[in-house]
Ligand binder design. Structure first.
Ligand code: ADP
Ligand code: MG
Length: 398
């Protein structure tokens, strides 16, 4: 694997694509700095080698073409300066003489951040000229933006071809690729995938792919009601994608053919309306009465799912079991988090968790430091596990 780990970048100018797409609160402060912190190992490694580091990143989805105050990376540069304990050079422009002069004046250990790369509409189109111009700023290219690795953009993929012998995975990317490959190609059995979340439509690809890998497919979340309906049950006001009923049927059929144990929750916690304060009821069956909506999986399912998790050597979890944002319906998600942590610590299972909401859920549960690996990529991780080629990874590997 072409990683920066065993290379010394002393005296080199290194272009690094990072994922600094962080959320802001209403006051304009960074409300979650995880993505910035996760880029630190790579930045620090290059700095301690004696490289000058030129960071490229995007923020949000600017539409106009050109500068938009709402999407400037300036606050990120200031924040990063604090974390690194040194002033990060920030460029208002992305290209042009001012930027190339600044880049050439960088000394060993200096860090520079380019303004939001998506101020150039060419970026998301994978523009060649933009990639070429950016490539002129550095001697080597490092991709550490796993969260954007499923995009074939100028700075995430296209640029790599200008560095045929000097392109590398950053440390975060390397970690993602190693762990995800382990899941896909080298999993110890029994392998259990716990898949939940709201929509079956966003999970079909991963479910299909897991039918060839996993021994147990454990289904939760709102998407289970499409399966219930496919089995002829009543679902009340629960979430359902009517155009995916056939898909659910097919998935159950394939699981049976392939000898994969597909688990559906046998009970539910339901509510009168979609709110934390709603009147609730326990349903000890797969039939949800009219006027009620399924919000969480029930006690019996929790017990069964935790048992399956605790018998597993490999566990992948994507998608909360219930509407975990409401404390009243976070029970199953928290119990699963606890079981995954226990399987990891007590049974030495390999556990991987991914997906924006699932990562929020494991953090909320307090068990985040007891699992083997938490993916930083939502869409990128799903696509990897679907068996797709990720342009950002392929561009470094090939
Ligand atoms: P991830 O981001 O981890 O991939 P998803 O985006 O697929 O997860 O799904 C997360 C969402 O699913 C959460 O917002 C959660 O509230 C919702 N959800 C889980 N169970 C239900 C349910 N029974 N009804 C409605 N929404 C649900
Ligand atoms: Mg989500």
């Amino acid at each position: 694997m072409r990683t920066i780990k065993n290379v010394n970048f002393n005296g080199k100018k290194v272009l690094v694509r990072v994922d600094f797409n962080v959320p802001f609160d209403k006051q304009g402060n960074i409300s979650d700095d995880t993505r910035i912190r996760e880029a630190l190992p790579t930045i620090n490694k290059l700095v301690s080698d004696g490289a000058s580091v030129i960071l490229m990143a995007h923020l949000g989805r600017p539409k106009k073409g050109g500068f938009e105050a709402e999407f400037t990376l300036k606050p990120v540069a200031e924040y990063l300066s604090k974390l690194l304990g040194k002033q990060v050079v920030f460029t208002q422009e992305l290209l042009g003489k001012e930027v190339s002069d600044l880049a050439s004046s960088l000394k060993k250990g200096d860090v520079m951040l380019l303004e939001n790369i998506r101020f150039y509409p060419e970026e998301t189109k994978g523009g060649e000229e933009l990639a070429k111009q950016l490539s002129l700023l550095g001697d080597a290219y490092v991709n550490d933006a796993f969260g954007a690795a499923h995009r074939e953009h100028s700075s995430t993929a296209v640029i790599a071809k200008y560095f045929p012998n000097d392109k590398y995975f950053g440390l975060l990317m390397e970690n993602e690729v190693v762990n995800l490959n382990k899941l896909m190609n080298n999993a110890e059995h029994p392998f259990t995938a716990v898949i939940g979340g709201s929509k079956i439509s966003s999970k079909i690809g991963i479910l299909e792919s897991l039918l060839d890998k996993a021994d147990n497919l454990v289904i939760g979340g709102g998407m289970r009601y499409t399966f219930y309906k496919a089995l002829g049950h009543t679902i009340g006001n629960s979430l359902c994608e009517d155009d995916k009923i056939q898909t659910a049927q097919l998935l159950m059929q394939k699981a049976e053919e392939k000898g994969v144990n597909l688990y559906l929750p046998c009970d539910s916690v339901v509510a009168k309306e979609f709110s934390n304060e709603a009147e609730t009821m326990y349903i000890d069956s797969m039939d949800i009465p009219d006027g009620w909506e399924g919000m969480d999986i029930g006690e019996k399912s929790i017990k069964q799912y935790c048992e399956v998790v605790l018998q597993s050597k490999t566990i992948l979890w994507n998608g909360p079991m219930g509407v975990f944002e409401f404390p009243a319906f976070a029970k199953a998600t928290n119990e699963i988090a606890k079981a995954v942590a226990k399987a990891t610590v007590d049974n030495r299972a390999f556990s991987a968790i991914g997906g924006g909401d699932s990562v929020a859920a494991i953090n909320q549960s307090g068990f985040a430091d007891k699992v083997s690996y938490i993916s930083t990529g939502g869409g990128a991780m799903l696509e990897f596990l679907e068996g797709k080629t990720l342009p950002g990874i392929a561009a470094i590997e090939n």
